[in-house]
Design a protein around this ligand. Structure first.
Ligand code: PBG
Length: 329
């Protein structure tokens, strides 16, 4: 019997496929994360993140210019300090690495967005995202340090701050501190549903931020939980988050979809270092087509409901999107 309906009619021609495509991936949706270190002329390639590097401020500025030239709307900065201590003091130092980097990038590409990751783990000697007392990560004493960090980033010129520590109440504490310091207009991108994920492995090598004892399960979420993610998002919105985030992205597409459906607020997804590393590694081995896998993954994250996609592939994707290759596939 002949089929009643033939969905293939609209699949035959590329132009038909483009006409009915439900999800778009645009350069405008992408944010490019970068790692900045002290020094000059430094560019240290990252083994587990091929194509990415730790760069000094002078090199960072070139990266930011490059990304801007490709139409990428913004960068997300991560810093590596000269020295670590128990309270992560370079995180909130006026001349800390991120603060220097923000000023330099804003000077070079003032019309682009500079976002900063607000956390202590790269800066603490124990590698945890908060203050440690008696072997455990203490919530409330950490809030003040996070708020100081966020204000110092805003003072340096950051367009948006992104707390990634997962302490309870940090969005509210940061909002209050920003408002008091005169930065009521500076938005907060909250890493709201951030899971205790093995997919951060390559990042922790890059940022030298692995915990020196234990793990992050006392503050980051259990990968088995989705309802709890909705609760975390609701709390962050109540505390004043402007954009909420789900992280990682690919293994948590259901969480992204649910967050978009339940809240309908601006939503970001962070396609983390491990997601990048998997596609890069399989591509290098010839086990899959890296470019197509990348575009498929980024499109899937958008399809799930993310407005903003934070990805180490931002430049690679921008190059392909610019050529309009997605549309003709
Ligand atoms: C800092 C932070 C991490 C990532 C972003 N901010 C690491 C962690 O929580 O251990 C991970 C990003 C990535 O894997 O690409 N707290």
């Amino acid at each position: 019997m002949a089929p009643m309906f033939r969905p293939r009619r609209l699949r035959e021609k590329g132009l038909f496929r483009a006409l009915v495509r439900e999800t778009t991936l645009a350069i405008d949706d992408l944010i490019y994360p970068l790692f900045v270190v002290h020094g000059r002329g430094v560019r240290e390639p990252l083994d587990s993140m091929p194509g990415q590097a730790r760069v000094s401020v002078d090199e960072l500025v070139k990266e930011a210019k490059d990304a801007a030239g490709m139409g990428i709307p913004g960068v997300l900065l991560f810093g590596l300090p000269t020295a670590k201590d128990p309270r992560g003091s370079e995180a909130y130092a006026e001349d800390g690495i991120v603060q220097q980097a923000v000023r330099a990038v804003k000077d070079t590409v003032p019309d682009r967005l500079v976002m900063t990751d607000v956390c202590l783990c790269q800066y603490t000697s124990h590698g945890h995202c908060g203050v440690v007392e008696d072997g455990s990560v203490r919530n409330d004493p950490t809030l003040e340090l996070l708020a100081r960090t966020a204000v110092s980033h805003a003072e340096a010129g950051a367009d948006m701050v992104a707390p990634s520590d997962m302490m309870d109440g940090r969005v509210g504490a940061i909002r209050e501190a920003l408002d008091e310091a005169g930065y009521a207009e500076t938005p907060i991108l909250a890493y709201s549903a951030k899971y205790a994920s093995s997919f951060y492995g390559p990042f922790r090598d890059a940022a030298d931020s692995a915990p020196q004892f234990g793990d992050r399960r006392s503050y980051q979420m259990d990968p088995a939980n989705a309802a709890e993610a909705m609760r975390e998002i609701a709390l962050d919105l109540d505390e004043g988050a402007d954009i909420v985030m789900v992280k990682p992205a690919l293994p948590y597409l259901d969480v992204i979809a649910r967050a978009k459906a339940e809240f309908g607020v601006p939503l970001a997804a962070y396609s983390v270092s491990g997601e990048y590393a998997m596609i890069k590694a399989a591509g290098r081995l010839g086990w899959l087509d890296e470019e197509r896998a990348m575009l498929e993954a980024l499109t899937a994250i958008r399809r799930a409901g993310a407005d903003v996609v934070i990805t180490y592939f931002a430049k690679d994707a921008a190059r392909l999107l610019e050529r309009g290759r997605l549309g003709t596939r």
